[in-house]
Structures are given as C-alpha cells and as structure tokens.
Design a binder for this molecule. Structure first.
Ligand code: IYR
Length: 221
C-alpha cells in the first residue's frame, strides 16, 4: 500500500500576547453572530461566498475524504422551487408532525411554515454530505465520520460568513430529501443544511436569547 509523502508543516508560532488578542477578538466576533430570518434582497459579492466556501473546504474529515458539496443557489427560479417544496414539508411539520413539546420549544422564535427568506435571501448555500464516495467507475467507496466532518465544515462556513460581514440562517427544512432532487445531485449526496446568506433586512429583529456562559459550558479537570 503506497503511503502519502510527508512534507514539513507550515506553522507560525505566535507570541502569547498575540494569541490572547486574536482568541479574544475571534470570540467577540463569533458572539455577534445571530441567525436571522428577515433578509434584504440586496445581492452579495459572489467571490466573498466562494472564499467562505473555500474556508469551509479546509475542514478536517475522516480519512481526508472531504465528503461535502456546497451548492450555491442564486437563481430566482430555483430559489422559488426550493421555497415551495420546503413550505410543503413544513406545513406537515407544523400541522402535526412536530409534537407539543417541540412546538412549544419553538415559540420563542416565532417560526411557522412560511419561509419567504428562501426566495428573498440573495444566496442559498446547500450543504450536501457524501454518504459514500462515488468512484470514477461508478462504484461505491467508503467515507468515514461524514456527519462529524460535514458538521465541522458547516461550522467553519458559518464562522467565515460571519467574519465576512454576512448574515445567515442555519436552516433544516425537514425532511430535506427534496433538495437533492431539485438540484439533481448525485446518488451519494444527502442534504445536510440549507444556509440562506445575505444582509439583514432593514428593521430585522431577532429573539432576545442568552447564550450559556463559559462556566456553564466548560468542565475543567
Ligand atoms: N424546520 C422547522 C422547525 C424548526 C425546528 C427547529 I429544532 C428550529 O430551531 C427552528 C425551526 C422550521 O424551519 O420552521
């Protein structure tokens, strides 16, 4: 079995003051991120989205299989099709598929089956997970830890978009099977997340939520 050649690591060792400053700045910037549901229709620079997807593609993955595709949808006709299909599923969700506890947990967000942002946001990034690898000869190869890998890549995408000054919604219209159909994705791809991207609409409001403090999320040993 051939081994990958090894090369010297490129690593810039930072001073501790620089480390502190950069970690604090990143935490502050991440802390400003909010999921929004009211988007402006204003277009966003496509190269910015491409760079953010480039950043997401640097995520670690099981056996370096990079089991992801980021579908960038800006076509108004496709966005409209996605909205119609998503709203159909959500009508079934809000109309009985979600139980009372779930509906009550969602009350602070004021969500319902109507998803106008799927048409209004200038771009939708659909993240697809490769459940297996489609080989060039059409056969199935194994992928590993695809949920973890694509979850990490998606988190990096959200952080990159936030750092680039764009707002997002981490959306999971459920079930999401229709997305692979609408975009005619290959048989190995499963929709993982739908991320509308853009600028907030004028007067956009977000729920008054608090994040857990460090003491609530950090277990020190
Ligand atoms: N997918 C539905 C319901 C929904 C579920 C959760 I969990 C949320 O955090 C938000 C919404 C919808 O998009 O309305």
């Amino acid at each position: 079995m051939a081994e990958a050649p090894f090369i010297p690591l490129e690593f810039r060792r930072q001073g501790e003051d620089e480390m502190r400053a950069r970690a604090a700045a990143f935490a502050a910037e991440a802390g400003q991120r909010r999921s929004i549901r009211a988007f402006s229709p204003e277009p966003v620079p496509l190269e910015v989205l491409e760079d953010c997807i480039r950043a997401a593609g640097t995520a670690p993955s099981g056996a370096h299989k990079q089991p992801w595709t980021f579908a960038l949808v800006t076509d108004p006709g496709l966005k409209a099709q996605i909205r119609v299909a998503a709203e159909e599923e959500e009508q079934a969700n809000y109309g009985g598929r979600m139980n009372d506890e779930w509906l009550s947990d969602l009350q602070p967000f004021g969500t319902d089956a109507s998803k106008p942002f799927l048409e209004i946001a200038p771009a939708l990034i659909l993240v697809f997970r490769h459940a297996w690898e489609l080989q060039e000869d059409g056969s199935q190869g194994q992928n590993y830890y695809t949920q973890e890998s694509v979850g990490i890549a998606s988190g990096m995408l959200l952080a990159a978009l936030n750092a680039a000054g764009l707002a997002t919604l981490t959306h999971t219209p459920s079930p999401m099977g229709f997305l692979a159909k609408v975009l005619d994705r290959p048989a190995n791809e499963r929709a993982f997340l739908l991320i509308p991207v853009g600028y907030p609409a004028d007067g956009c409001q977000v729920p008054a939520l608090a994040r857990k403090g460090l003491d609530e999320i950090l277990a020190r040993y």
